[in-house]
Design a protein around this ligand. Structure first.
Ligand SMILES: [Zn+2]
Length: 213
């Protein structure tokens, strides 16, 4: 019992630390974005609705049972289902980060994207930490069809981009999910900076060799 409690305390503190770090560096703003982590019991902790990531109270995070039922803490975000879809499709995921980060959202609004893989392999770290980024078509907030669309694509990739909305990234740990999300946002920024330029992308051979390391 003691070890379960200490794991939960540690995860609560880590969610608040990661939230503040992302907020302080302008990866998120206002009360947008949400972070969750799955405990070894299968229960989930998630940032609540209307909470600024810059000032999260670890004791007030929304808690869910392994079946996804709200069981404690503040009122959950309306985007909780996005996290639950990622965990459902990715059994080994221990954390999920969803942001409305400016450059990734800007890319999500561009016309003519490849829906199977939005960003090209610009750098080795993008290829290693994010890899493939499918685009989830736009659905109005609360539309249940969005859940199915996310779940389907999350089965094939740990990162997805919601059209006209923002990215959702899962990772085995919160740090892994955070770093992949930061890599995605910075690569989206590079992609926008380089629009109209002739590019020398990583070849598929170079990308494949990275996946083996
Ligand atoms: Zn959102």
């Amino acid at each position: 019992m003691t070890s379960i409690l200490s794991e939960e305390t540690r995860v609560r503190d880590e969610i608040a630390e990661v939230g503040k770090s992302l907020f302080d560096r302008c990866f998120t703003f206002g009360s947008t974005g949400n972070i969750s982590a799955r405990l070894s019991t299968g229960e989930m902790l998630m940032t609540p609705t209307n909470a600024s990531m810059g000032s999260l109270d670890p004791a007030r995070l929304s808690k869910f049972t392994a079946e996804g039922v709200h069981s404690g803490g503040d009122k959950p975000t309306k985007e909780a289902f996005l996290h639950q879809c990622m965990y459902c499709a990715r059994k080994k995921a221990g954390a999920v980060v969803h942001l409305h980060s400016t450059h990734a959202v800007a890319v999500s609004i561009l016309d003519g994207l490849d829906p199977d893989d939005v960003l090209p392999p610009l750098t080795a770290y993008y290829a290693m930490r994010v890899g493939r980024l499918p685009l989830v078509p736009y659905f109005a907030p609360g539309d249940v069809a969005l859940a199915d669309a996310v779940r389907e694509r999350a089965g094939r990739s740990h990162a997805v981009l919601l059209a006209n909305h923002g990215p959702v990234v899962a990772g085995q740990t919160l740090k892994v999910a955070q770093y992949a999300m930061e890599e995605l946002e910075e690569t989206a920024k590079l992609f926008l900076l380089l629009r109209g330029e002739r590019l020398r992308l990583l070849t598929s051979e170079q990308v494949n060799s990275l996946r083996l390391t």
